[in-house]
Design a protein around this ligand. Sequence first.
Ligand code: ADP
Ligand code: MG
Length: 485
Amino acid sequence: MKYEPVIGLEIHAELNTKTKMFCGSLNDPRELHPNINICPVCMGHPGTLPVINEEAVKKVIMVGLALGGAIPEFSQFDRKNYFYPDLPKGYQISQYQHPLVQGGALEVLNRKIHITRVHLEEDTGRLIHDKETGATLVDFNRAGVPLMELVTEPDFRTGEEVRAFGEELQKLVRYVGASNADMEKGQMRVEVNISLRPEGQEKFGTKVEIKNINSFKFAADAVNYEIVRQTGVLERGDKVVQETRGWNEHAQESFSQRLKEEAHDYRYFPEPDLPPLHNTFEMVEELRARLPELSAAKRVRLVSEYGIEQNIAEILTREKTFGEYFESVMSELARADQDTPEKPKRNLARTAAALMTGDFLRLIRETSSPLSEILITPENFAELSLYLAEDKISNLTAKEVLEEMMCTGVDPSDFINQKGLWQMSDASDLENIVAHVINENPSAVDALKQGKEAILQFLVGQVMKESRGKANPKMVQEIIRKLII
Ligand code: ADP
Ligand code: MG
């Protein structure tokens, strides 16, 4: 019998607000020292009262709008009661019956994944198990940090869809400025719910929840592992046990953590210390007007407007600032060309896009500084792309100039002039060098005459060497063919 996987996600993201969810303590992701960003409110001292962080509410609404969800006029916080050492109050303020966002969807790999809800809650502190002393320490810097939780419908069927969704959502929350969503820092965390059902059956099977996965690749791995494990259980004639499992990325297997019987009763009730929220039409519309163009839409537009490849557009739109930089370069290129005041010619756009997603991106990663601190202006980048597209410099030279521009912010033409890096494109100059190389390599010339095409590249290489890398390789090929073949 064949089984169909059914998968739903719960994703948490810490919001990048200035202060915490219900008090004025700093929300500082750097967490330089333990227990410095705390106050009586987020420590749950008796007699203190929480105050709702408006910025956090707005960020979640922005995410909801970006997903096409509904923003109900009425929303409310609830208490979720449980005891744990990283939870100072003995309860977490969350949302249960009336979340900020209902519905919405995100399309990935040509499938529409429906969103059940997005709500706002507070994060917990962090326990540190000290290996040396055996003691458990607690750091409350994270306690009370605004946390968005998004729940999807069980619409996924494969691990690959889970990964694609996670990566798209990560871009979305970054584009709207809601969260930095760095998974390595725990700013975004994913839980996977997965069950199998016999193919053709409507009713869902028993689900297993895999918690605390800190990368979307691991989430996909965990899904693929669980599909195999649960298939094995069902084919043996056993029943899947409803439980919470963890994922061991080193062993590449999931392991049981706790069974359904141990599940909590959270005794939810409306938070008596906070007023309900009344989201006005005006406020929601104002936020809607502030929504930026999202990564997915921008990707499609870059392909159609500039004629660049799909995979190049994908790289350009991973980060909002990178795509914006690209478009600044595009308008500089358009402006430089009298014929195309609107959009640059497609070959120019493609050359610039390739340079940006290749050497430029590599250099940015190596320096690991934000794009805003890079010394290369879009105007200078456009100029360099133009020289490359017009064969005035070689690929190798472009790379060298780019490295220099990165370090000093130099104007490309100044540097190319100073170093004499312009490509040789004068036919008679090149013919002289080619003639010289032909004289020096009679056996290679014979081989080429006998049809050994591979020898052509060798001869081009010799000319490049002779010209100290400045000959135009396309012209050199043509001249060799003309003189020999
Ligand atoms: P719970 O009450 O156990 O938290 P929910 O109904 O709130 O379960 O759903 C939690 C997540 O599990 C959602 O993402 C949902 O899509 C997913 N889910 C629900 N039922 C199943 C199932 N049978 N198989 C896989 N995922 C499921
Ligand atoms: Mg749940």
